[in-house]
Design a protein around this ligand. Sequence first.
Ligand code: XUL
Ligand code: CO
Length: 441
Amino acid sequence: MNAPVPSYFGLTDPIKYEGPSSTNPLAYHYYDKNRIVAGRSMEDHLRFAVCYWHSFSWPGGDPFGGETFLRPWMHGSDPMAMAKAKADVAFDLFKLLDVPFYTFHDADVAPVGETINEHLSNFAAILDVIEAKQSTAKAKLLWGTANLFSHRRFMAGAATNPDPDVFAFSAATVRACLEATHRLGGQNYVLWGGREGYETILNTDIGREYQQMGRFLSMVVEHKHKIGFKGPILIEPKPREPSKHQYDYDVATVFGFLEKWGLTDDVKVNIEQNHAILAGHSFEHEIALAYALGIFGSVDLNRGDALLGWDTDQFAMDAGELTLVLHEMLKHGGFSTGGFNFDAKIRRQSIDPIDLVQAHVGSIDIAARALVNAEKLLNDGVLTKIVNDRYAGWDSAESQAILAGKRTLAEVADRAIAADLSPKPRSGRQEYIETLVARSL
Ligand code: XUL
Ligand code: CO
């Protein structure tokens, strides 16, 4: 019998769980996929997805220098053959990591065409390849999306472009990507509007651009229903980069936009750590707010650098931050159709094939560890009790009547005066709570 052929990554066997005492850096120390945590297996809770773009399409460049990775499938003369070689390596990595999901843009998997017909026919050809690969793989599509930001035709926006032909090109691309996602059994469809914004108000009509964006999103939702796609459409908020002002600034801004267009039933958010930070929020803030507003969908897992003011997309390795995030998520039952998508790229000096495996293994492990921490915090019940006690006054019949709209401003005011209220401030106990959390890590 022939020995198994090692993959591009030099490994033959999938990464295994070896427990916290393992010294093997390429083993899972905490991610024990079948372990039940808060009523679900770790695999089902965390729903990890490997992203195509950073892991297989990005060459390792930065604004000051080009390619460092020299990935073999990115060098060749036949773009279709290169796309197929890329798919081989991608599905190898999904298998090695033993993850349940992956994600892609059209432009990651297939050569970008100059005209819409060339573009769509390239995409259709590669879709057959991916569908065949997925049919025998464990990894399924978490979500698909369209790249409406890299090609120069999108430089002034996609749906918000002053040129309606770009709107139409975008419509054709999104229709193809949404239908491809549906065909592959994808569980969500993502729209990230990196160019849906502007550089200067001097050449921009914001009113028109909002109108275009609202109509585009509504058309996507109409089409989703028409083809019977059951998953949510997910908007991915980000405040800037590449545009200076981006319309989908943060969760709160997206919510306002969805309310205006009546789309909160069909459209949710895909929250990314680095985008939250760029918007001046914490990761857990965006998660908690999305749940509170009823639009939590999925998560792009990564981390920004406190010293760098841009989207560094590093692999998430901060157990403290992830514990807070997972604590918020567990309070609300965690993911339904969403998952943790590794929208993260290895540093450009990480040029060995194994670096890509190691990055995912490390981040998967830390998220698993954070999940266990979060479950412990929830089961201890101390944090829940502190919050419940803090708001207990609002559970009274009178308070509930206020919230239900059964009291006027004058009635509430008169009651305060009749009782001669003098509210007594109570400690927020922040350091005590922070100590509890820090000790649990
Ligand atoms: C860009 C970003 C995108 C989206 C998908 O910052 O996060 O990769 O996740 O278009
Ligand atoms: Co993202």
